[in-house]
Design a protein around this ligand. Structure first.
Ligand SMILES: Nc1ncnc2c1ncn2[C@@H]1O[C@H](COP(=O)(O)OP(=O)(O)OP(=O)(O)O)[C@@H](O)[C@H]1O
Length: 612
């Protein structure tokens, strides 16, 4: 017995040391991350310094920072805005961006979906002499833009795989000789990186002084840190190298600081003027609803929501986790009388295009899609975006839900959340950079019943909080929140984990839920599976609650092992954030002093747990 205690004592000490080493490693990793960031900033500065010495005699004007002042092109710009685009007044930042581009500066625009980025390059394209080149990542996006411009009577063309020989000839002639009427030319990034012929025509156009401006749409695709990296975007730096005095405007809906630095470096625009607009979409109403574990019930609710709120067949999107789910959900919606079809990466391009076109022309009310139905959807009157399953991160959810209400009119973003969906996503994001951390952020967004949904976006994009104006479920409705003592459940969870550990087994979260439910049935026959799911996910995600449990079991000399067991969950391995590292530090200290903590978990002190 004594010998066992000695061994256990040493085991405990070794585990404390392991914790300390892990902490040191994470401090070093964080330092390395900061250094990388600084390295990138310094490189950008260096390039800027080199640029300013090289370009002393170039035509780049001296810095004018008052972009809202008056400029010589004001009245012509107003005329084009009103009479060609039919827009009565500018939205936030549009005028300033246009003035910066017109002044010959490189510009980086970060503006929420539907904010009106297109006008920022299309209007200067008409104001300046010559041809504006627009690089855009997707054929569908390009087609929509060209169609929209044609409807306004603006001569826009595209040079893509679908362009006819005849049109190609016209475009090349316009570039080379200035013949024909070409104002805006859309190309994919592959054209720039792979077509020597195109680049040589563009060179001639530039040489003749007819390259008016270069616009890089969806510029976050340049960065590996962005959510949609495209390798061909990496080669777009050549445009600035070849045409240094042609103003470049790079536009995106979201870009973290890291992505901003990265894309400025990739595009060689270190001196660009940056315009960052708020991520707030005041016309979107955000709601999270509990999703039933019975598939049919979830679909019933979705179809009721659509049929009750959108009697005039207003357009919408339903996002699903898998291709199979998309097909099933679309079929189920159809049997309930909703005109719906599916869209996913397993379909051939023609079939996808057909569905997209029917939906764009309002011949189909709902597209049920996977993430493949993404960038390039610029239908302005999407009235609702429903998530049948949660997205993998706040950023992805912001993008996907943001496809609603691009015309600025009230629209709804509804997410159906069920903790049982978390492990499916976690196995997908496990190997991504901070994948699990990002997933847990969106799970927290779903779990909260007290906090404004909008505020989660502000926090995520490091923006000051703004008023929600009652445009989310938590701000608009007072929901009944019952605080419960979950000590009993927590103890059961810990003891189940202990059993698993002693028997040298491993558990997934869903298996743990099943076990808890079986055990609990005797004492608590009314406990629903959904309630148990809510509880388990909350306990696992909420490190404070977890710590309290760990505190208890530590006295039983298994604490750190249990922590390890939870951390090593096949689908629940976590990269702790700073905040969580701090809690771990506290846990380690407790471990050192072997202080017992009574498990009386009153969740009122913890963030938002409520009885479901
Ligand atoms: N100043 C304005 N006043 C009114 N409507 C505008 C204004 N500027 C743009 N719009 C309209 O807003 C809608 C969205 O504009 P746009 O397509 O440029 O958005 P975006 O910022 O490119 O969005 P996304 O990132 O989703 O592509 C369009 O219907 C456009 O005509």
């Amino acid at each position: 017995m004594e010998a066992e205690e000695v061994v256990l004592e040493e085991l405990l000490n070794v585990e404390v040391e392991i914790h300390e080493v892990e902490e040191q490693i994470s401090v070093l990793l964080e330092k390395q991350e900061r250094l990388y960031q600084r390295q990138s900033e310094l490189k950008t500065l260096l390039e800027a310094a080199k640029g300013s010495t090289n370009n002393v005699n170039d035509s780049t004007p001296t810095v004018v920072e008052n972009w809202s002042g008056s400029f010589e092109w004001d009245s012509e710009a107003d005329d084009i805005r009103f009479n060609i685009f039919g827009i009565s007044s500018y939205r936030a930042n549009q005028r300033e961006i246009i003035n910066a581009v017109m002044s010959g500066r490189d510009v980086l625009v970060i503006m929420a979906a539907g904010g009106g980025k297109s006008l920022c390059y299309q209007l200067p394209a008409l104001l300046r002499n010559g041809v504006a080149l627009v690089v855009s990542p997707l054929l569908s996006l390009i087609q929509d833009q060209v169609m929209g411009l044609a409807a306004l009577g603006i001569s826009a063309n595209m040079l893509t795989s679908t362009t006819s020989k005849e049109e190609e000839k016209f475009i090349y002639k316009a570039l080379e000789k200035g013949e024909g009427d070409l104002k805006i030319l859309y190309v994919t990034p592959e054209k720039v990186s792979k077509s020597k012929r195109f680049m040589s025509k563009l060179e001639k156009c530039h040489h003749a002084g007819r390259l008016a401006l270069i616009s890089i749409d969806e510029a976050h695709c340049c960065s590996q840190w962005g959510h949609d990296f495209r390798p061909d975007y990496k080669n777009l730096g050549i445009l600035k190298t070849q045409f240094p005095n042609v103003p470049m405007i790079a536009l995106t809906a979201t870009a973290t600081q890291k992505v901003q630095y990265d894309l400025m470096e990739m595009l060689h625009i270190p001196k660009c003027v940056k315009f960052v607009s708020t991520v707030n979409r005041p016309n979107l109403f955000y709601t999270v609803r509990e999703k039933s574990s019975v598939g049919k019930v979830a679909i019933d609710e979705i179809s009721e929501f659509i049929q009750e709120n959108y009697i005039n067949n207003e357009s919408g999107i339903v996002y699903c986790f898998s291709r199979k789910e998309c097909e099933q959900v679309a079929k189920e919606l159809r049997t309930r009388g909703i005109s719906a079809d599916y869209y996913h990466a397993d379909m051939d391009a023609n079939a996808r295009e057909k569905v997209h076109t029917r939906w764009s022309k309002n011949k189909l009310q709902v597209i049920v899609g996977t993430v493949a139905f993404g960038m390039g959807i610029n239908k302005p009157d999407v009235r609702f975006v429903i998530h049948h399953s949660l997205s993998k991160s706040m950023e992805t959810y912001y993008q996907e839900s943001g496809r609603a209400g691009r015309d600025g009119l009230p629209s709804q973003c509804l997410l159906y959340f069920r903790p049982g969906d978390v492990p499916r996503q976690s196995s997908m994001v496990f190997y991504e950079n901070s994948g699990l951390q990002n997933l847990y952020d969106i799970v927290r967004y779903c779990q909260t019943r007290r906090q404004c949904r909008r505020s989660s976006f502000f926090r995520h994009f490091a923006e000051p909080l703004q008023d929600c104006n009652g445009m989310c479920d938590n701000c608009a409705f007072s929901s009944e929140i019952r605080t419960v003592d979950v000590s009993r459940h927590a103890k059961l969870m810990v003891s189940l984990l202990q059993d698993t550990l002693e028997n040298d087994q491993r558990l997934t979260m869903l298996q743990l839920i099943d076990k808890m439910k079986t055990k609990h049935k005797k004492e608590d026959p009314d406990l629903k599976k959904e309630e148990m799911e809510q509880l388990v996910i909350q306990l696992i995600l909420d490190r404070v609650l977890l710590e309290k449990m760990i505190g208890k079991v530590k006295t039983e000399k298994y604490g750190s092992r249990i922590l390890e067991q939870i951390s090593n969950y096949s689908d629940m391995n976590e990269n702790y954030e700073k905040k969580e590292e701090a809690s771990e530090e506290r846990a380690t200290k407790r471990l050192k002093t072997k202080k017992a903590i009574v498990v009386k978990i009153d969740s009122s002190s913890d963030d938002d747990f409520q009885d479901p």
